[in-house]
Design a protein around this ligand. Structure first.
Ligand code: XMP
Length: 504
Protein backbone atom coordinates (compact mmCIF):
# COMPACT_ATOMS: atom_id res chain seq x y z
CA UNK A 1 0.00 0.00 0.00
CA UNK A 2 0.92 3.64 -0.55
CA UNK A 3 0.31 6.31 2.07
CA UNK A 4 -0.60 9.80 0.87
CA UNK A 5 0.23 12.57 3.33
CA UNK A 6 -2.30 15.25 2.48
CA UNK A 7 -1.12 18.84 2.76
CA UNK A 8 -4.62 20.15 2.18
CA UNK A 9 -4.42 20.84 -1.56
CA UNK A 10 -7.31 19.90 -3.75
CA UNK A 11 -5.48 17.16 -5.58
CA UNK A 12 -5.10 14.35 -3.01
CA UNK A 13 -8.28 12.65 -4.10
CA UNK A 14 -7.25 12.53 -7.75
CA UNK A 15 -3.96 11.11 -6.61
CA UNK A 16 -5.77 8.46 -4.61
CA UNK A 17 -7.94 7.60 -7.59
CA UNK A 18 -4.95 7.33 -9.96
CA UNK A 19 -3.16 4.95 -7.64
CA UNK A 20 -6.23 2.78 -7.13
CA UNK A 21 -6.78 2.74 -10.91
CA UNK A 22 -3.34 1.18 -11.12
CA UNK A 23 -4.70 -1.55 -8.78
CA UNK A 24 -2.60 -0.50 -5.79
CA UNK A 25 -4.28 0.18 -2.47
CA UNK A 26 -3.64 3.61 -0.95
CA UNK A 27 -4.82 5.69 1.97
CA UNK A 28 -4.97 9.45 2.38
CA UNK A 29 -4.04 10.78 5.83
CA UNK A 30 -3.39 14.33 7.12
CA UNK A 31 0.19 15.66 6.94
CA UNK A 32 0.32 15.79 10.73
CA UNK A 33 0.02 11.99 10.95
CA UNK A 34 2.60 10.70 13.46
CA UNK A 35 5.66 8.66 12.54
CA UNK A 36 4.43 5.79 14.74
CA UNK A 37 1.14 5.68 12.86
CA UNK A 38 2.92 5.84 9.51
CA UNK A 39 5.13 2.93 10.49
CA UNK A 40 2.14 0.94 11.72
CA UNK A 41 0.57 1.22 8.24
CA UNK A 42 3.68 -0.38 6.80
CA UNK A 43 3.48 1.36 3.41
CA UNK A 44 5.61 0.51 0.38
CA UNK A 45 6.08 4.22 -0.26
CA UNK A 46 4.84 7.68 0.66
CA UNK A 47 3.45 10.48 -1.47
CA UNK A 48 3.35 13.98 -0.04
CA UNK A 49 0.59 15.76 -1.89
CA UNK A 50 0.38 19.35 -3.04
CA UNK A 51 -0.99 21.97 -0.68
CA UNK A 52 -1.47 25.69 -0.52
CA UNK A 53 1.90 27.46 -1.11
CA UNK A 54 3.32 29.46 1.79
CA UNK A 55 1.30 27.46 4.27
CA UNK A 56 3.94 27.69 6.96
CA UNK A 57 1.80 25.72 9.36
CA UNK A 58 2.22 22.48 7.46
CA UNK A 59 5.96 22.69 7.26
CA UNK A 60 6.08 23.07 11.02
CA UNK A 61 3.62 20.33 11.77
CA UNK A 62 5.01 17.76 9.40
CA UNK A 63 7.35 15.34 11.09
CA UNK A 64 10.62 15.60 9.15
CA UNK A 65 11.48 12.08 10.27
CA UNK A 66 9.32 10.93 7.36
CA UNK A 67 12.38 11.46 5.17
CA UNK A 68 14.48 9.15 7.36
CA UNK A 69 12.20 6.12 7.30
CA UNK A 70 14.11 4.58 4.41
CA UNK A 71 10.89 4.53 2.34
CA UNK A 72 10.59 5.87 -1.22
CA UNK A 73 8.96 9.30 -1.26
CA UNK A 74 7.33 11.29 -4.03
CA UNK A 75 6.67 14.88 -2.95
CA UNK A 76 4.39 16.90 -5.23
CA UNK A 77 3.91 20.68 -5.57
CA UNK A 78 4.08 22.24 -2.14
CA UNK A 79 5.14 18.84 -0.80
CA UNK A 80 8.25 19.22 -2.98
CA UNK A 81 8.95 22.63 -1.37
CA UNK A 82 8.94 21.05 2.04
CA UNK A 83 11.19 18.27 0.85
CA UNK A 84 13.62 20.80 -0.66
CA UNK A 85 13.61 23.08 2.39
CA UNK A 86 14.25 20.28 4.81
CA UNK A 87 17.30 19.33 2.80
CA UNK A 88 18.59 22.91 2.40
CA UNK A 89 16.99 23.90 -0.92
CA UNK A 90 14.40 26.53 -1.80
CA UNK A 91 11.62 27.20 -4.28
CA UNK A 92 10.49 30.42 -5.91
CA UNK A 93 7.41 32.10 -4.51
CA UNK A 94 4.71 31.79 -7.18
CA UNK A 95 3.36 35.19 -8.29
CA UNK A 96 0.07 33.73 -9.40
CA UNK A 97 -1.96 30.54 -9.31
CA UNK A 98 -1.92 29.94 -13.07
CA UNK A 99 -1.55 26.27 -13.89
CA UNK A 100 -1.50 24.83 -17.38
CA UNK A 101 -0.03 21.95 -19.36
CA UNK A 102 3.58 22.84 -20.27
CA UNK A 103 6.22 20.80 -22.07
CA UNK A 104 8.64 19.47 -19.48
CA UNK A 105 11.98 17.81 -20.38
CA UNK A 106 12.77 14.85 -18.18
CA UNK A 107 15.92 12.89 -17.42
CA UNK A 108 15.26 9.33 -18.55
CA UNK A 109 18.11 8.05 -16.38
CA UNK A 110 15.99 8.79 -13.33
CA UNK A 111 13.86 5.83 -12.27
CA UNK A 112 10.89 8.19 -12.05
CA UNK A 113 10.98 8.77 -15.81
CA UNK A 114 12.43 5.43 -16.85
CA UNK A 115 11.08 4.26 -20.21
CA UNK A 116 9.02 7.43 -20.76
CA UNK A 117 9.29 10.10 -23.46
CA UNK A 118 11.90 12.82 -23.04
CA UNK A 119 9.40 15.66 -23.41
CA UNK A 120 5.86 15.60 -22.08
CA UNK A 121 3.04 18.06 -21.29
CA UNK A 122 2.51 18.25 -17.53
CA UNK A 123 0.25 20.38 -15.30
CA UNK A 124 2.43 23.05 -13.76
CA UNK A 125 2.72 26.71 -12.73
CA UNK A 126 5.61 28.20 -14.76
CA UNK A 127 6.42 30.63 -11.95
CA UNK A 128 6.70 27.96 -9.29
CA UNK A 129 10.06 26.19 -9.68
CA UNK A 130 13.12 25.24 -7.61
CA UNK A 131 15.44 28.18 -6.90
CA UNK A 132 18.26 26.45 -4.99
CA UNK A 133 18.63 22.70 -4.96
CA UNK A 134 19.34 20.61 -1.88
CA UNK A 135 22.88 19.18 -1.99
CA UNK A 136 21.48 15.70 -1.67
CA UNK A 137 19.41 15.84 -4.87
CA UNK A 138 20.00 16.12 -8.60
CA UNK A 139 17.82 17.97 -11.09
CA UNK A 140 15.78 15.41 -13.05
CA UNK A 141 13.32 17.56 -15.03
CA UNK A 142 13.35 21.07 -16.50
CA UNK A 143 10.86 23.52 -17.89
CA UNK A 144 13.00 25.69 -20.17
CA UNK A 145 15.98 26.46 -17.96
CA UNK A 146 14.15 26.03 -14.67
CA UNK A 147 14.43 22.90 -12.56
CA UNK A 148 10.98 21.45 -11.87
CA UNK A 149 11.88 18.03 -10.45
CA UNK A 150 14.68 16.80 -8.22
CA UNK A 151 15.65 13.32 -7.12
CA UNK A 152 17.91 11.44 -4.77
CA UNK A 153 18.06 8.13 -6.64
CA UNK A 154 19.93 6.35 -3.87
CA UNK A 155 17.39 7.21 -1.20
CA UNK A 156 14.52 7.08 -3.72
CA UNK A 157 13.27 10.49 -2.68
CA UNK A 158 11.78 12.68 -5.42
CA UNK A 159 10.26 16.14 -5.52
CA UNK A 160 8.22 17.35 -8.50
CA UNK A 161 6.68 20.75 -9.14
CA UNK A 162 4.18 19.43 -11.67
CA UNK A 163 1.02 17.50 -10.80
CA UNK A 164 1.15 14.06 -12.42
CA UNK A 165 -2.30 13.28 -10.96
CA UNK A 166 -3.89 15.92 -13.23
CA UNK A 167 -3.98 14.62 -16.74
CA UNK A 168 -5.74 14.49 -20.01
CA UNK A 169 -3.45 11.75 -21.28
CA UNK A 170 -1.30 8.99 -19.84
CA UNK A 171 1.81 11.12 -19.21
CA UNK A 172 1.15 11.81 -15.54
CA UNK A 173 -0.19 8.32 -14.95
CA UNK A 174 3.00 6.78 -16.36
CA UNK A 175 5.10 8.79 -13.90
CA UNK A 176 2.93 7.66 -10.99
CA UNK A 177 3.15 4.08 -12.26
CA UNK A 178 6.95 4.33 -12.36
CA UNK A 179 6.90 5.44 -8.73
CA UNK A 180 4.57 2.59 -7.77
CA UNK A 181 6.12 -0.26 -9.70
CA UNK A 182 9.75 0.67 -10.47
CA UNK A 183 10.55 2.58 -7.28
CA UNK A 184 8.26 1.14 -4.59
CA UNK A 185 7.93 -2.33 -6.16
CA UNK A 186 4.20 -2.41 -5.45
CA UNK A 187 2.11 -5.30 -6.68
CA UNK A 188 -1.22 -4.89 -8.47
CA UNK A 189 -3.40 -6.53 -5.89
CA UNK A 190 -6.29 -4.10 -5.47
CA UNK A 191 -9.21 -5.67 -7.29
CA UNK A 192 -12.96 -5.25 -6.77
CA UNK A 193 -13.80 -8.92 -7.29
CA UNK A 194 -11.43 -9.84 -4.52
CA UNK A 195 -12.68 -6.94 -2.44
CA UNK A 196 -16.20 -8.39 -2.64
CA UNK A 197 -15.10 -11.90 -1.67
CA UNK A 198 -12.98 -10.67 1.22
CA UNK A 199 -15.68 -8.27 2.45
CA UNK A 200 -18.32 -11.00 2.45
CA UNK A 201 -16.04 -13.23 4.53
CA UNK A 202 -15.24 -10.40 6.93
CA UNK A 203 -18.90 -9.42 7.37
CA UNK A 204 -19.83 -13.07 8.00
CA UNK A 205 -17.15 -13.27 10.67
CA UNK A 206 -18.04 -9.95 12.25
CA UNK A 207 -21.83 -10.36 12.31
CA UNK A 208 -22.10 -14.14 12.79
CA UNK A 209 -25.76 -15.01 13.25
CA UNK A 210 -26.67 -11.63 14.69
CA UNK A 211 -28.89 -9.14 12.88
CA UNK A 212 -28.14 -5.93 11.01
CA UNK A 213 -30.27 -2.95 10.06
CA UNK A 214 -29.71 -0.73 7.04
CA UNK A 215 -31.28 2.62 6.22
CA UNK A 216 -31.71 2.33 2.49
CA UNK A 217 -32.11 5.54 0.50
CA UNK A 218 -31.96 3.98 -2.96
CA UNK A 219 -28.78 5.99 -3.62
CA UNK A 220 -25.68 4.24 -4.93
CA UNK A 221 -23.82 3.90 -1.64
CA UNK A 222 -26.52 2.56 0.66
CA UNK A 223 -27.81 0.27 -2.12
CA UNK A 224 -24.41 -1.32 -2.75
CA UNK A 225 -23.75 -1.60 1.00
CA UNK A 226 -27.12 -3.33 1.51
CA UNK A 227 -26.63 -5.85 -1.30
CA UNK A 228 -23.09 -6.64 -0.15
CA UNK A 229 -24.18 -7.23 3.44
CA UNK A 230 -27.17 -9.24 2.21
CA UNK A 231 -24.79 -11.54 0.31
CA UNK A 232 -23.00 -12.18 3.60
CA UNK A 233 -25.86 -12.54 6.10
CA UNK A 234 -29.02 -13.03 3.99
CA UNK A 235 -32.30 -12.60 5.86
CA UNK A 236 -30.51 -11.37 8.97
CA UNK A 237 -30.34 -8.02 7.22
CA UNK A 238 -33.39 -5.76 7.50
CA UNK A 239 -33.55 -2.64 5.33
CA UNK A 240 -35.67 0.37 6.14
CA UNK A 241 -36.67 2.73 3.35
CA UNK A 242 -38.31 5.98 4.43
CA UNK A 243 -40.54 7.78 1.95
CA UNK A 244 -40.41 11.34 3.31
CA UNK A 245 -42.59 12.66 0.51
CA UNK A 246 -39.57 14.42 -1.00
CA UNK A 247 -38.67 11.64 -3.42
CA UNK A 248 -38.73 11.86 -7.19
CA UNK A 249 -41.58 10.42 -9.23
CA UNK A 250 -41.68 6.58 -9.17
CA UNK A 251 -38.58 6.39 -6.97
CA UNK A 252 -40.23 4.46 -4.15
CA UNK A 253 -41.63 1.87 -6.58
CA UNK A 254 -38.21 1.45 -8.16
CA UNK A 255 -36.46 0.85 -4.84
CA UNK A 256 -39.12 -1.64 -3.75
CA UNK A 257 -38.90 -3.51 -7.04
CA UNK A 258 -35.11 -3.77 -7.05
CA UNK A 259 -34.59 -4.73 -3.43
CA UNK A 260 -37.71 -6.75 -2.69
CA UNK A 261 -38.40 -8.44 -6.04
CA UNK A 262 -34.91 -8.76 -7.54
CA UNK A 263 -32.67 -9.21 -4.51
CA UNK A 264 -35.30 -10.64 -2.08
CA UNK A 265 -34.06 -8.39 0.70
CA UNK A 266 -36.18 -7.92 3.84
CA UNK A 267 -37.44 -4.41 3.17
CA UNK A 268 -39.62 -2.26 5.40
CA UNK A 269 -40.98 0.65 3.39
CA UNK A 270 -42.28 3.45 5.62
CA UNK A 271 -44.80 5.93 4.27
CA UNK A 272 -43.95 9.07 6.25
CA UNK A 273 -45.01 11.75 3.78
CA UNK A 274 -47.70 13.28 5.99
CA UNK A 275 -45.58 13.51 9.08
CA UNK A 276 -42.67 15.13 7.23
CA UNK A 277 -44.91 17.68 5.52
CA UNK A 278 -46.59 18.44 8.86
CA UNK A 279 -43.24 19.11 10.49
CA UNK A 280 -42.23 21.27 7.53
CA UNK A 281 -45.34 23.44 7.58
CA UNK A 282 -44.36 27.11 7.57
CA UNK A 283 -40.61 26.35 7.33
CA UNK A 284 -39.00 28.39 4.56
CA UNK A 285 -35.38 28.88 5.65
CA UNK A 286 -33.14 26.45 3.69
CA UNK A 287 -30.93 25.44 6.61
CA UNK A 288 -33.93 25.03 8.88
CA UNK A 289 -35.60 22.78 6.28
CA UNK A 290 -32.53 20.56 6.11
CA UNK A 291 -32.44 20.37 9.89
CA UNK A 292 -36.12 19.44 10.23
CA UNK A 293 -35.83 16.78 7.51
CA UNK A 294 -32.66 15.32 9.05
CA UNK A 295 -34.14 15.17 12.55
CA UNK A 296 -37.46 13.75 11.45
CA UNK A 297 -35.65 11.10 9.47
CA UNK A 298 -33.86 9.99 12.60
CA UNK A 299 -37.14 9.91 14.58
CA UNK A 300 -38.83 7.72 11.95
CA UNK A 301 -35.83 5.47 11.75
CA UNK A 302 -35.66 5.09 15.54
CA UNK A 303 -39.34 4.18 15.69
CA UNK A 304 -38.87 1.45 13.08
CA UNK A 305 -35.80 0.19 14.84
CA UNK A 306 -37.59 -0.01 18.19
CA UNK A 307 -40.15 -2.36 16.61
CA UNK A 308 -37.38 -4.78 15.70
CA UNK A 309 -35.66 -7.00 18.19
CA UNK A 310 -32.09 -8.28 18.47
CA UNK A 311 -30.52 -5.82 16.07
CA UNK A 312 -26.80 -5.49 16.80
CA UNK A 313 -25.37 -3.80 13.72
CA UNK A 314 -26.18 -0.73 11.72
CA UNK A 315 -25.11 -0.80 8.06
CA UNK A 316 -23.95 2.56 6.72
CA UNK A 317 -23.04 3.43 3.13
CA UNK A 318 -20.06 5.55 4.22
CA UNK A 319 -17.49 5.81 1.43
CA UNK A 320 -13.86 6.92 1.40
CA UNK A 321 -14.40 10.61 0.49
CA UNK A 322 -16.71 10.88 3.56
CA UNK A 323 -13.95 9.40 5.70
CA UNK A 324 -11.32 11.76 4.26
CA UNK A 325 -13.53 14.79 4.77
CA UNK A 326 -14.40 14.03 8.36
CA UNK A 327 -10.80 13.19 9.20
CA UNK A 328 -9.18 16.34 7.82
CA UNK A 329 -9.05 19.56 9.73
CA UNK A 330 -9.80 23.07 8.55
CA UNK A 331 -12.60 22.18 6.08
CA UNK A 332 -15.31 24.74 5.56
CA UNK A 333 -18.87 23.51 5.39
CA UNK A 334 -20.89 25.49 2.88
CA UNK A 335 -24.14 23.70 3.59
CA UNK A 336 -24.98 21.23 6.31
CA UNK A 337 -25.07 18.12 4.15
CA UNK A 338 -27.39 15.49 5.38
CA UNK A 339 -27.32 11.88 4.33
CA UNK A 340 -30.59 10.05 4.52
CA UNK A 341 -29.58 7.06 6.53
CA UNK A 342 -27.66 9.47 8.74
CA UNK A 343 -26.75 8.04 12.05
CA UNK A 344 -28.76 8.87 15.15
CA UNK A 345 -26.03 9.92 17.57
CA UNK A 346 -27.11 8.01 20.61
CA UNK A 347 -27.88 4.77 18.83
CA UNK A 348 -26.83 1.58 20.45
CA UNK A 349 -25.45 -0.37 17.50
CA UNK A 350 -22.14 -1.49 16.26
CA UNK A 351 -21.38 0.11 12.89
CA UNK A 352 -20.93 -1.91 9.73
CA UNK A 353 -19.43 0.24 6.97
CA UNK A 354 -18.29 -2.15 4.25
CA UNK A 355 -17.52 0.60 1.68
CA UNK A 356 -15.37 2.79 3.93
CA UNK A 357 -12.28 2.18 1.84
CA UNK A 358 -13.82 2.80 -1.58
CA UNK A 359 -14.02 5.77 -3.92
CA UNK A 360 -17.32 6.37 -5.70
CA UNK A 361 -16.41 4.69 -8.97
CA UNK A 362 -15.11 1.67 -7.05
CA UNK A 363 -18.48 1.50 -5.26
CA UNK A 364 -20.16 1.57 -8.68
CA UNK A 365 -17.94 -1.24 -9.92
CA UNK A 366 -18.74 -3.32 -6.85
CA UNK A 367 -22.44 -2.65 -7.48
CA UNK A 368 -22.16 -3.79 -11.08
CA UNK A 369 -20.28 -6.93 -10.07
CA UNK A 370 -23.01 -7.67 -7.53
CA UNK A 371 -25.58 -7.50 -10.33
CA UNK A 372 -27.30 -4.24 -9.35
CA UNK A 373 -28.93 -2.58 -12.36
CA UNK A 374 -27.50 0.52 -14.02
CA UNK A 375 -30.60 2.50 -12.95
CA UNK A 376 -29.29 2.34 -9.40
CA UNK A 377 -25.53 1.96 -9.83
CA UNK A 378 -25.15 4.85 -12.31
CA UNK A 379 -27.67 7.06 -10.58
CA UNK A 380 -26.74 10.68 -10.32
CA UNK A 381 -26.34 12.09 -6.82
CA UNK A 382 -29.58 12.95 -5.06
CA UNK A 383 -29.35 14.98 -1.86
CA UNK A 384 -30.52 13.43 1.42
CA UNK A 385 -33.23 16.09 1.90
CA UNK A 386 -34.42 15.21 -1.61
CA UNK A 387 -36.76 17.57 -3.41
CA UNK A 388 -36.92 19.54 -0.16
CA UNK A 389 -33.90 21.59 -1.34
CA UNK A 390 -35.23 21.95 -4.89
CA UNK A 391 -38.68 23.19 -3.99
CA UNK A 392 -38.12 26.70 -2.65
CA UNK A 393 -40.19 28.29 0.06
CA UNK A 394 -42.63 26.27 2.14
CA UNK A 395 -42.96 22.63 1.12
CA UNK A 396 -46.45 21.58 0.14
CA UNK A 397 -47.66 18.43 -1.56
CA UNK A 398 -49.10 20.49 -4.38
CA UNK A 399 -45.78 22.18 -5.17
CA UNK A 400 -43.82 18.96 -4.75
CA UNK A 401 -46.14 17.16 -7.18
CA UNK A 402 -45.64 19.89 -9.80
CA UNK A 403 -41.88 19.63 -9.37
CA UNK A 404 -42.00 15.81 -9.52
CA UNK A 405 -43.91 15.85 -12.82
CA UNK A 406 -41.65 18.46 -14.43
CA UNK A 407 -38.48 16.72 -13.20
CA UNK A 408 -39.72 13.39 -14.57
CA UNK A 409 -40.25 14.85 -18.05
CA UNK A 410 -36.81 16.50 -17.94
CA UNK A 411 -35.10 13.25 -16.96
CA UNK A 412 -37.03 11.27 -19.55
CA UNK A 413 -35.99 13.63 -22.38
CA UNK A 414 -32.33 13.74 -21.32
CA UNK A 415 -32.26 9.96 -21.29
CA UNK A 416 -33.98 9.73 -24.66
CA UNK A 417 -31.36 12.10 -26.09
CA UNK A 418 -28.62 9.78 -24.77
CA UNK A 419 -27.18 12.49 -22.52
CA UNK A 420 -27.93 10.83 -19.17
CA UNK A 421 -24.38 9.51 -18.70
CA UNK A 422 -22.76 12.55 -20.25
CA UNK A 423 -24.29 15.09 -17.85
CA UNK A 424 -23.04 14.65 -14.29
CA UNK A 425 -26.18 15.94 -12.62
CA UNK A 426 -29.42 17.41 -13.93
CA UNK A 427 -32.69 18.19 -12.22
CA UNK A 428 -35.63 20.57 -12.09
CA UNK A 429 -36.26 23.21 -9.44
CA UNK A 430 -39.46 24.93 -8.42
CA UNK A 431 -38.31 28.46 -7.53
CA UNK A 432 -41.66 29.35 -5.95
CA UNK A 433 -42.44 32.24 -8.23
CA UNK A 434 -45.50 32.70 -10.41
CA UNK A 435 -45.61 34.78 -13.51
CA UNK A 436 -48.10 35.91 -16.10
CA UNK A 437 -48.57 33.87 -19.26
CA UNK A 438 -51.09 33.26 -22.00
CA UNK A 439 -52.68 30.00 -23.09
CA UNK A 440 -55.35 29.78 -25.85
CA UNK A 441 -55.74 33.56 -25.65
CA UNK A 442 -56.40 33.46 -21.90
CA UNK A 443 -54.22 35.13 -19.27
CA UNK A 444 -52.59 32.68 -16.85
CA UNK A 445 -50.70 33.20 -13.58
CA UNK A 446 -48.72 30.06 -12.84
CA UNK A 447 -45.50 28.49 -11.54
CA UNK A 448 -42.05 28.67 -13.12
CA UNK A 449 -39.80 25.63 -13.43
CA UNK A 450 -36.01 26.02 -13.56
CA UNK A 451 -33.76 23.41 -15.18
CA UNK A 452 -30.20 22.79 -13.99
CA UNK A 453 -27.52 20.62 -15.63
CA UNK A 454 -23.87 20.61 -14.64
CA UNK A 455 -20.52 19.00 -15.45
CA UNK A 456 -18.04 18.42 -12.68
CA UNK A 457 -15.36 16.05 -11.46
CA UNK A 458 -16.11 16.04 -7.77
CA UNK A 459 -18.98 18.50 -7.14
CA UNK A 460 -16.60 21.00 -5.53
CA UNK A 461 -16.58 23.21 -8.62
CA UNK A 462 -18.99 22.78 -11.52
CA UNK A 463 -19.76 24.22 -14.96
CA UNK A 464 -23.30 24.52 -16.26
CA UNK A 465 -23.83 22.06 -19.10
CA UNK A 466 -24.89 23.42 -22.52
CA UNK A 467 -27.90 21.27 -23.40
CA UNK A 468 -28.66 21.67 -27.14
CA UNK A 469 -31.24 24.39 -27.71
CA UNK A 470 -33.70 22.23 -29.65
CA UNK A 471 -33.70 19.73 -26.80
CA UNK A 472 -34.29 22.53 -24.27
CA UNK A 473 -37.23 23.71 -26.40
CA UNK A 474 -38.67 20.18 -26.47
CA UNK A 475 -38.37 19.82 -22.69
CA UNK A 476 -39.87 23.24 -22.08
CA UNK A 477 -42.80 22.56 -24.42
CA UNK A 478 -43.51 19.19 -22.86
CA UNK A 479 -43.41 20.64 -19.33
CA UNK A 480 -45.79 23.52 -20.12
CA UNK A 481 -48.07 21.18 -22.12
CA UNK A 482 -48.15 18.32 -19.62
CA UNK A 483 -47.90 20.04 -16.25
CA UNK A 484 -50.95 22.32 -16.16
CA UNK A 485 -49.70 24.42 -13.23
CA UNK A 486 -46.57 25.60 -15.10
CA UNK A 487 -46.48 28.36 -17.73
CA UNK A 488 -42.75 29.21 -17.82
CA UNK A 489 -39.47 27.27 -17.95
CA UNK A 490 -36.02 28.84 -17.37
CA UNK A 491 -32.49 27.44 -17.67
CA UNK A 492 -29.88 27.98 -14.95
CA UNK A 493 -26.62 29.18 -16.54
CA UNK A 494 -24.54 29.64 -13.39
CA UNK A 495 -21.33 27.82 -12.55
CA UNK A 496 -20.31 26.73 -9.06
CA UNK A 497 -18.94 29.01 -7.66
CA UNK A 498 -20.62 31.46 -7.31
CA UNK A 499 -23.79 29.29 -7.18
CA UNK A 500 -23.97 25.89 -5.54
CA UNK A 501 -25.28 22.96 -7.55
CA UNK A 502 -28.50 22.70 -5.58
CA UNK A 503 -30.57 25.83 -5.10
CA UNK A 504 -30.81 25.47 -1.33
P1 XMP B 1 -23.96 21.77 -3.65
O1 XMP B 1 -25.38 22.16 -3.79
O2 XMP B 1 -23.42 22.01 -2.27
O3 XMP B 1 -23.96 20.21 -3.84
O4 XMP B 1 -23.09 22.37 -4.71
C1 XMP B 1 -22.84 19.41 -4.13
C2 XMP B 1 -23.33 18.01 -4.38
O5 XMP B 1 -23.83 17.43 -3.17
C3 XMP B 1 -25.19 17.05 -3.32
N1 XMP B 1 -25.87 17.42 -2.07
C4 XMP B 1 -26.13 16.56 -1.08
N2 XMP B 1 -25.90 15.24 -0.96
N3 XMP B 1 -26.88 15.24 1.18
C5 XMP B 1 -26.28 14.59 0.16
O6 XMP B 1 -26.10 13.38 0.26
C6 XMP B 1 -27.14 16.57 1.14
O7 XMP B 1 -27.67 17.15 2.07
C7 XMP B 1 -26.73 17.26 -0.06
N4 XMP B 1 -26.81 18.55 -0.45
C8 XMP B 1 -26.27 18.62 -1.70
C9 XMP B 1 -25.70 17.85 -4.51
O8 XMP B 1 -26.78 17.18 -5.14
C10 XMP B 1 -24.47 17.92 -5.38
O9 XMP B 1 -24.29 16.74 -6.13
Amino acid sequence: MILILDLGGKFSRYLGRRIRESKVYCEIVPYSYSIEKIKAKNPEGIIISGGEPNDVVSIQKMDKEVFNLGLPILAIGYGADIMAEIHGGKSTEPKNNDYDFEDVNVDKDSLLFNGLEEKMPLWINKEYVFKTLPKTSKPIAKLGKDVVAIGNEEKKIYGVKFHPEIETSDYGKNIIDNFLFKICNCEQKWDMKEFIEESIEEIKKQVGDKKALCALSGGVDSSVAAVLVHKAIGDNLVCVFVDHGLLRKKEKEQVEKVFRDEFHINLISVDAEDRFLNKLKGVTDPEQKRKVIGEEFIRVFEEEQSKLTDIDFLVQGTIYPDVIESGMDGKVTVKSHHNVGGLPEDINFELLEPLRQLFKDEVREVGRLLGISSDIVDRQPFPGPGLGVRCLGELTKEKLDILRDADYIYREEIKKAGLDKEIWQYFAILPNIRSVGVTHGERTYKHTIALRAISTKDAMVAKWYPIPLDLLRKISTRITDEVPEVNRVVYDITDKPPATIEWE
